[in-house]
Ligand binder design. Structure first.
Ligand code: HEM
Length: 355
Protein backbone atom coordinates (compact mmCIF):
# COMPACT_ATOMS: atom_id res chain seq x y z
CA UNK A 1 0.00 0.00 0.00
CA UNK A 2 1.02 3.63 -0.26
CA UNK A 3 2.27 5.87 2.52
CA UNK A 4 0.45 9.13 3.33
CA UNK A 5 2.95 11.25 1.37
CA UNK A 6 2.76 8.92 -1.63
CA UNK A 7 -1.06 9.06 -1.61
CA UNK A 8 -0.88 12.85 -1.44
CA UNK A 9 1.35 12.94 -4.54
CA UNK A 10 -0.70 10.39 -6.49
CA UNK A 11 -3.99 12.22 -5.77
CA UNK A 12 -2.59 15.65 -6.67
CA UNK A 13 -1.02 14.23 -9.84
CA UNK A 14 -4.37 12.69 -10.83
CA UNK A 15 -6.22 15.98 -10.25
CA UNK A 16 -3.56 17.69 -12.42
CA UNK A 17 -4.22 15.21 -15.25
CA UNK A 18 -7.99 15.84 -15.06
CA UNK A 19 -7.38 19.63 -14.93
CA UNK A 20 -5.20 19.34 -18.06
CA UNK A 21 -8.03 17.64 -19.98
CA UNK A 22 -10.48 20.35 -18.82
CA UNK A 23 -7.98 22.99 -19.93
CA UNK A 24 -7.62 21.42 -23.38
CA UNK A 25 -11.43 21.43 -23.68
CA UNK A 26 -11.55 25.09 -22.58
CA UNK A 27 -8.90 25.93 -25.20
CA UNK A 28 -11.03 24.17 -27.82
CA UNK A 29 -14.09 26.20 -26.78
CA UNK A 30 -12.08 29.44 -27.03
CA UNK A 31 -10.94 28.58 -30.53
CA UNK A 32 -14.26 27.32 -31.84
CA UNK A 33 -16.11 30.36 -30.48
CA UNK A 34 -13.44 32.76 -31.79
CA UNK A 35 -12.81 34.13 -28.29
CA UNK A 36 -9.00 34.17 -28.46
CA UNK A 37 -9.00 37.96 -28.53
CA UNK A 38 -11.70 38.22 -25.84
CA UNK A 39 -8.99 39.57 -23.52
CA UNK A 40 -6.67 41.86 -25.51
CA UNK A 41 -3.96 41.97 -22.83
CA UNK A 42 -2.18 39.32 -20.79
CA UNK A 43 -2.13 38.09 -18.00
CA UNK A 44 -4.84 40.55 -16.88
CA UNK A 45 -8.01 41.00 -18.94
CA UNK A 46 -8.75 44.63 -19.92
CA UNK A 47 -6.27 45.59 -17.19
CA UNK A 48 -8.53 43.99 -14.59
CA UNK A 49 -8.47 40.81 -12.54
CA UNK A 50 -12.24 40.47 -13.04
CA UNK A 51 -13.04 41.70 -16.56
CA UNK A 52 -15.84 44.13 -17.42
CA UNK A 53 -19.28 42.92 -18.45
CA UNK A 54 -20.24 46.08 -20.31
CA UNK A 55 -18.48 48.30 -22.83
CA UNK A 56 -19.34 51.34 -20.69
CA UNK A 57 -16.92 50.06 -18.05
CA UNK A 58 -14.03 50.51 -20.48
CA UNK A 59 -12.08 53.78 -20.78
CA UNK A 60 -12.38 55.84 -23.98
CA UNK A 61 -9.68 54.90 -26.49
CA UNK A 62 -9.15 51.43 -25.00
CA UNK A 63 -8.89 49.91 -28.48
CA UNK A 64 -5.93 52.08 -29.52
CA UNK A 65 -4.16 51.27 -26.28
CA UNK A 66 -4.45 47.49 -26.72
CA UNK A 67 -3.50 47.58 -30.39
CA UNK A 68 -0.33 49.53 -29.42
CA UNK A 69 0.47 46.96 -26.70
CA UNK A 70 -0.02 44.16 -29.16
CA UNK A 71 2.24 45.74 -31.80
CA UNK A 72 4.95 46.12 -29.12
CA UNK A 73 4.64 42.51 -28.04
CA UNK A 74 4.76 41.25 -31.62
CA UNK A 75 7.85 43.36 -32.26
CA UNK A 76 9.58 41.61 -29.33
CA UNK A 77 8.55 38.19 -30.69
CA UNK A 78 9.65 39.17 -34.22
CA UNK A 79 13.12 40.24 -33.01
CA UNK A 80 13.43 36.93 -31.11
CA UNK A 81 12.57 35.08 -34.33
CA UNK A 82 15.08 37.20 -36.28
CA UNK A 83 17.83 36.31 -33.81
CA UNK A 84 16.90 32.64 -34.24
CA UNK A 85 17.32 33.00 -38.02
CA UNK A 86 13.61 33.11 -38.97
CA UNK A 87 13.93 36.48 -40.70
CA UNK A 88 11.08 35.96 -43.23
CA UNK A 89 8.64 34.98 -40.51
CA UNK A 90 9.69 37.97 -38.40
CA UNK A 91 9.06 40.28 -41.38
CA UNK A 92 5.66 38.64 -41.93
CA UNK A 93 4.67 39.33 -38.33
CA UNK A 94 5.95 42.93 -38.51
CA UNK A 95 4.00 43.57 -41.73
CA UNK A 96 0.77 41.91 -40.63
CA UNK A 97 -1.73 44.74 -40.84
CA UNK A 98 -4.57 42.56 -39.54
CA UNK A 99 -3.26 42.78 -35.98
CA UNK A 100 -3.84 46.54 -36.09
CA UNK A 101 -7.59 46.05 -36.51
CA UNK A 102 -9.02 46.50 -33.00
CA UNK A 103 -11.43 43.87 -31.65
CA UNK A 104 -14.93 44.97 -30.72
CA UNK A 105 -15.75 44.34 -27.05
CA UNK A 106 -17.95 41.27 -26.63
CA UNK A 107 -18.72 40.22 -23.04
CA UNK A 108 -19.39 36.55 -23.93
CA UNK A 109 -16.05 36.22 -25.73
CA UNK A 110 -14.26 38.07 -22.94
CA UNK A 111 -15.67 35.72 -20.29
CA UNK A 112 -15.00 32.62 -22.42
CA UNK A 113 -11.32 33.59 -22.64
CA UNK A 114 -11.26 34.67 -18.99
CA UNK A 115 -12.65 31.29 -17.77
CA UNK A 116 -10.05 29.57 -19.95
CA UNK A 117 -7.34 31.60 -18.19
CA UNK A 118 -8.78 30.80 -14.75
CA UNK A 119 -8.73 27.07 -15.55
CA UNK A 120 -5.16 27.57 -16.78
CA UNK A 121 -4.17 29.25 -13.51
CA UNK A 122 -5.78 26.47 -11.43
CA UNK A 123 -3.98 23.83 -13.51
CA UNK A 124 -0.73 25.73 -13.00
CA UNK A 125 -1.28 25.65 -9.21
CA UNK A 126 -1.87 21.87 -9.33
CA UNK A 127 1.30 21.39 -11.39
CA UNK A 128 3.17 23.39 -8.74
CA UNK A 129 1.69 21.25 -5.93
CA UNK A 130 2.51 18.05 -7.84
CA UNK A 131 6.14 19.17 -8.10
CA UNK A 132 6.21 20.16 -4.43
CA UNK A 133 4.80 16.81 -3.27
CA UNK A 134 7.15 14.94 -5.63
CA UNK A 135 10.01 15.89 -3.31
CA UNK A 136 9.41 12.65 -1.39
CA UNK A 137 10.62 10.67 -4.39
CA UNK A 138 13.94 12.52 -4.81
CA UNK A 139 15.96 9.71 -3.23
CA UNK A 140 14.37 6.53 -4.60
CA UNK A 141 12.59 7.61 -7.78
CA UNK A 142 14.26 10.93 -8.71
CA UNK A 143 12.70 10.71 -12.19
CA UNK A 144 9.30 11.55 -10.68
CA UNK A 145 10.63 14.75 -9.09
CA UNK A 146 12.68 15.97 -12.06
CA UNK A 147 9.90 15.31 -14.56
CA UNK A 148 7.39 17.13 -12.35
CA UNK A 149 9.81 20.06 -12.24
CA UNK A 150 10.22 19.93 -16.03
CA UNK A 151 6.42 20.08 -16.34
CA UNK A 152 6.40 23.24 -14.26
CA UNK A 153 8.94 24.86 -16.59
CA UNK A 154 6.95 23.68 -19.63
CA UNK A 155 3.75 25.19 -18.28
CA UNK A 156 5.42 28.63 -18.05
CA UNK A 157 6.62 28.21 -21.63
CA UNK A 158 3.09 27.16 -22.59
CA UNK A 159 1.57 30.25 -20.92
CA UNK A 160 4.01 32.46 -22.87
CA UNK A 161 3.15 30.61 -26.07
CA UNK A 162 -0.54 31.15 -25.29
CA UNK A 163 0.06 34.89 -25.13
CA UNK A 164 1.85 34.74 -28.52
CA UNK A 165 -1.08 32.76 -29.98
CA UNK A 166 -3.33 35.66 -29.05
CA UNK A 167 -1.13 38.59 -30.03
CA UNK A 168 0.02 37.24 -33.42
CA UNK A 169 -3.61 36.82 -34.52
CA UNK A 170 -3.54 33.09 -33.88
CA UNK A 171 -0.50 32.34 -36.08
CA UNK A 172 -1.22 28.83 -37.42
CA UNK A 173 2.00 26.99 -36.50
CA UNK A 174 2.10 28.56 -33.02
CA UNK A 175 -1.35 27.02 -32.30
CA UNK A 176 -0.04 23.65 -33.46
CA UNK A 177 3.04 23.98 -31.23
CA UNK A 178 0.72 25.05 -28.39
CA UNK A 179 -1.32 21.83 -28.81
CA UNK A 180 1.79 19.63 -29.00
CA UNK A 181 3.30 21.19 -25.85
CA UNK A 182 -0.04 20.63 -24.06
CA UNK A 183 0.17 16.94 -25.01
CA UNK A 184 3.79 16.76 -23.81
CA UNK A 185 2.79 18.22 -20.41
CA UNK A 186 -0.07 15.70 -20.26
CA UNK A 187 2.24 12.79 -21.15
CA UNK A 188 4.72 13.76 -18.42
CA UNK A 189 1.93 14.03 -15.82
CA UNK A 190 0.60 10.58 -16.85
CA UNK A 191 4.12 9.13 -16.71
CA UNK A 192 4.83 10.38 -13.17
CA UNK A 193 1.37 9.20 -12.04
CA UNK A 194 2.00 5.74 -13.45
CA UNK A 195 5.45 5.45 -11.90
CA UNK A 196 4.26 6.53 -8.49
CA UNK A 197 1.21 4.28 -8.59
CA UNK A 198 2.36 0.93 -9.90
CA UNK A 199 4.42 -0.83 -7.34
CA UNK A 200 2.00 -3.66 -6.66
CA UNK A 201 1.01 -6.85 -8.45
CA UNK A 202 -2.50 -5.79 -9.40
CA UNK A 203 -1.66 -5.33 -13.06
CA UNK A 204 0.27 -8.50 -13.65
CA UNK A 205 -0.42 -10.19 -17.01
CA UNK A 206 -1.35 -13.87 -17.37
CA UNK A 207 1.89 -14.31 -19.31
CA UNK A 208 4.71 -11.81 -19.85
CA UNK A 209 3.75 -9.44 -22.68
CA UNK A 210 5.81 -10.34 -25.81
CA UNK A 211 8.25 -7.68 -26.99
CA UNK A 212 6.50 -7.56 -30.39
CA UNK A 213 3.19 -6.55 -28.76
CA UNK A 214 4.96 -3.81 -26.78
CA UNK A 215 6.63 -2.61 -29.98
CA UNK A 216 3.31 -2.57 -31.88
CA UNK A 217 1.66 -0.54 -29.10
CA UNK A 218 4.42 2.09 -29.36
CA UNK A 219 4.04 2.26 -33.15
CA UNK A 220 0.27 2.71 -32.80
CA UNK A 221 0.80 5.49 -30.27
CA UNK A 222 3.19 7.24 -32.70
CA UNK A 223 0.60 6.88 -35.49
CA UNK A 224 -1.94 8.64 -33.25
CA UNK A 225 0.53 11.49 -32.67
CA UNK A 226 0.96 11.72 -36.45
CA UNK A 227 -2.84 11.75 -36.87
CA UNK A 228 -3.13 14.57 -34.32
CA UNK A 229 -0.48 16.57 -36.17
CA UNK A 230 -2.32 15.90 -39.46
CA UNK A 231 -5.55 17.05 -37.77
CA UNK A 232 -3.90 20.31 -36.71
CA UNK A 233 -2.78 20.74 -40.33
CA UNK A 234 -6.42 20.28 -41.43
CA UNK A 235 -7.41 22.92 -38.86
CA UNK A 236 -4.66 25.30 -40.07
CA UNK A 237 -6.07 24.88 -43.60
CA UNK A 238 -9.58 25.69 -42.32
CA UNK A 239 -8.20 28.85 -40.66
CA UNK A 240 -6.42 29.77 -43.91
CA UNK A 241 -9.64 29.29 -45.92
CA UNK A 242 -11.58 31.44 -43.44
CA UNK A 243 -9.10 34.34 -43.62
CA UNK A 244 -8.34 34.10 -47.34
CA UNK A 245 -11.94 33.84 -48.54
CA UNK A 246 -13.92 35.98 -46.07
CA UNK A 247 -16.95 35.94 -48.38
CA UNK A 248 -17.27 32.13 -48.15
CA UNK A 249 -19.99 30.92 -45.82
CA UNK A 250 -19.29 28.18 -43.25
CA UNK A 251 -20.89 25.41 -45.33
CA UNK A 252 -18.25 25.93 -48.06
CA UNK A 253 -15.17 25.74 -45.82
CA UNK A 254 -14.83 21.94 -45.72
CA UNK A 255 -14.93 21.62 -49.53
CA UNK A 256 -11.89 23.94 -49.72
CA UNK A 257 -9.70 21.87 -47.36
CA UNK A 258 -8.44 19.50 -50.05
CA UNK A 259 -6.50 16.23 -49.86
CA UNK A 260 -5.29 16.50 -46.26
CA UNK A 261 -8.81 15.89 -44.95
CA UNK A 262 -9.08 12.68 -47.00
CA UNK A 263 -5.77 11.39 -45.59
CA UNK A 264 -6.90 12.37 -42.08
CA UNK A 265 -10.21 10.50 -42.51
CA UNK A 266 -8.63 7.35 -44.02
CA UNK A 267 -5.91 7.23 -41.39
CA UNK A 268 -8.62 7.23 -38.68
CA UNK A 269 -10.04 4.03 -40.17
CA UNK A 270 -6.59 2.45 -40.32
CA UNK A 271 -5.99 3.44 -36.68
CA UNK A 272 -9.25 1.71 -35.70
CA UNK A 273 -8.34 -1.51 -37.52
CA UNK A 274 -4.78 -1.60 -36.14
CA UNK A 275 -5.95 -1.00 -32.57
CA UNK A 276 -8.56 -3.76 -32.90
CA UNK A 277 -5.67 -6.03 -33.95
CA UNK A 278 -3.65 -4.98 -30.91
CA UNK A 279 -6.69 -5.74 -28.74
CA UNK A 280 -6.74 -9.35 -29.98
CA UNK A 281 -2.98 -9.71 -29.43
CA UNK A 282 -3.15 -8.36 -25.86
CA UNK A 283 -6.14 -10.60 -25.04
CA UNK A 284 -3.94 -13.64 -25.76
CA UNK A 285 -1.49 -12.52 -23.09
CA UNK A 286 -3.43 -10.62 -20.43
CA UNK A 287 -6.37 -11.25 -18.13
CA UNK A 288 -9.71 -9.98 -19.45
CA UNK A 289 -10.18 -7.81 -16.38
CA UNK A 290 -6.62 -6.38 -16.46
CA UNK A 291 -5.99 -2.66 -16.71
CA UNK A 292 -4.42 -3.16 -20.17
CA UNK A 293 -7.61 -4.63 -21.62
CA UNK A 294 -9.61 -1.88 -19.90
CA UNK A 295 -7.47 0.83 -21.55
CA UNK A 296 -7.67 -0.91 -24.92
CA UNK A 297 -11.46 -0.83 -24.61
CA UNK A 298 -11.30 2.88 -23.80
CA UNK A 299 -8.95 3.47 -26.76
CA UNK A 300 -11.31 1.72 -29.20
CA UNK A 301 -14.36 3.61 -27.88
CA UNK A 302 -12.49 6.93 -28.19
CA UNK A 303 -11.43 6.18 -31.78
CA UNK A 304 -15.03 5.37 -32.76
CA UNK A 305 -16.33 8.53 -31.03
CA UNK A 306 -13.61 10.59 -32.71
CA UNK A 307 -14.67 9.21 -36.11
CA UNK A 308 -18.31 10.10 -35.42
CA UNK A 309 -17.38 13.65 -34.38
CA UNK A 310 -15.02 13.90 -37.39
CA UNK A 311 -17.94 12.92 -39.62
CA UNK A 312 -20.12 15.59 -37.99
CA UNK A 313 -17.39 18.18 -38.61
CA UNK A 314 -17.03 17.22 -42.26
CA UNK A 315 -20.68 16.84 -43.20
CA UNK A 316 -22.37 19.40 -40.94
CA UNK A 317 -20.15 22.42 -41.70
CA UNK A 318 -17.82 22.32 -38.68
CA UNK A 319 -20.23 22.97 -35.78
CA UNK A 320 -18.28 24.79 -33.00
CA UNK A 321 -19.32 22.22 -30.32
CA UNK A 322 -17.91 19.40 -32.46
CA UNK A 323 -14.67 21.37 -32.97
CA UNK A 324 -14.15 21.62 -29.19
CA UNK A 325 -15.14 17.97 -28.66
CA UNK A 326 -12.78 16.79 -31.43
CA UNK A 327 -9.72 18.28 -29.73
CA UNK A 328 -10.80 16.96 -26.31
CA UNK A 329 -11.30 13.43 -27.70
CA UNK A 330 -7.92 13.64 -29.44
CA UNK A 331 -6.21 14.42 -26.13
CA UNK A 332 -8.15 11.67 -24.29
CA UNK A 333 -7.12 9.19 -26.99
CA UNK A 334 -3.50 10.33 -26.72
CA UNK A 335 -3.66 9.92 -22.91
CA UNK A 336 -5.33 6.48 -23.02
CA UNK A 337 -2.86 5.13 -25.57
CA UNK A 338 0.15 6.49 -23.72
CA UNK A 339 -1.08 4.95 -20.47
CA UNK A 340 -1.61 1.65 -22.28
CA UNK A 341 1.98 1.73 -23.56
CA UNK A 342 3.19 2.33 -20.00
CA UNK A 343 1.09 -0.58 -18.70
CA UNK A 344 2.40 -2.91 -21.40
CA UNK A 345 6.02 -1.87 -20.84
CA UNK A 346 5.76 -2.27 -17.07
CA UNK A 347 7.67 -5.12 -15.50
CA UNK A 348 5.30 -7.55 -13.78
CA UNK A 349 6.41 -6.43 -10.36
CA UNK A 350 8.06 -3.21 -9.35
CA UNK A 351 8.49 -2.71 -5.68
CA UNK A 352 9.68 0.75 -4.80
CA UNK A 353 9.82 1.74 -1.20
CA UNK A 354 10.36 5.20 0.10
CA UNK A 355 13.13 5.83 2.58
C1 HEM B 1 -8.24 8.88 -34.62
C2 HEM B 1 -9.08 9.74 -35.11
C3 HEM B 1 -8.87 11.24 -35.18
C4 HEM B 1 -8.03 12.04 -34.46
C5 HEM B 1 -7.04 11.65 -33.35
C6 HEM B 1 -8.24 13.40 -34.92
C7 HEM B 1 -7.58 14.51 -34.44
C8 HEM B 1 -7.77 15.80 -34.89
C9 HEM B 1 -7.11 16.98 -34.35
C10 HEM B 1 -6.13 16.98 -33.19
C11 HEM B 1 -7.54 18.05 -35.05
C12 HEM B 1 -7.12 19.51 -34.85
C13 HEM B 1 -8.12 20.19 -33.94
C14 HEM B 1 -7.75 21.60 -33.61
O1 HEM B 1 -6.60 22.01 -33.81
O2 HEM B 1 -8.62 22.35 -33.12
C15 HEM B 1 -8.48 17.58 -36.05
C16 HEM B 1 -9.16 18.39 -36.94
C17 HEM B 1 -10.11 17.93 -37.81
N1 HEM B 1 -10.51 16.62 -38.01
FE1 HEM B 1 -9.87 14.99 -36.98
N2 HEM B 1 -9.21 13.38 -35.92
C18 HEM B 1 -9.61 12.08 -36.11
C19 HEM B 1 -10.55 11.64 -37.00
C20 HEM B 1 -11.23 12.42 -37.90
C21 HEM B 1 -12.19 11.94 -38.88
C22 HEM B 1 -12.60 10.48 -39.08
C23 HEM B 1 -12.64 13.02 -39.54
C24 HEM B 1 -13.67 13.04 -40.64
C25 HEM B 1 -13.42 12.89 -41.85
C26 HEM B 1 -11.98 14.20 -39.01
C27 HEM B 1 -12.17 15.51 -39.42
C28 HEM B 1 -11.51 16.61 -38.95
C29 HEM B 1 -11.77 17.98 -39.39
C30 HEM B 1 -12.80 18.42 -40.41
C31 HEM B 1 -10.90 18.80 -38.66
C32 HEM B 1 -10.78 20.34 -38.73
C33 HEM B 1 -11.62 20.86 -37.56
C34 HEM B 1 -11.49 22.32 -37.28
O3 HEM B 1 -11.03 23.11 -38.12
O4 HEM B 1 -11.87 22.70 -36.16
N3 HEM B 1 -11.13 13.80 -38.00
N4 HEM B 1 -8.59 16.20 -35.94
Amino acid sequence: MYSKVETRFITTNLITIIALFVLILAGGVVRSSGSGMGCPDWPKCFDQYIPPTNILQLPIGYQTKYVAQRVKKNEKFASLLSKMGYVDLATKIRNDESIKIPEEFNATKTYTEYINRLIGAITGIFLLLTCFFAKVYIKNQPKIFWLSLLNLVLVFFQAWLGSIVVSTNLLAWVITLHILVALLILAIAIYTYHHAKYKSLDNVASKPIPTLVKFISIILFLITIFQITLGTHVRETVDYVVTTFPALTRNHWVAKIGESLNYHRDLALLILILNAGLYLLVLQNAKRNSKMVKYLNITLILIVLQMVVGGVLSYLSLPPTAQALHILLASLLFGAQFYLVLLLMQKPFINYTLA
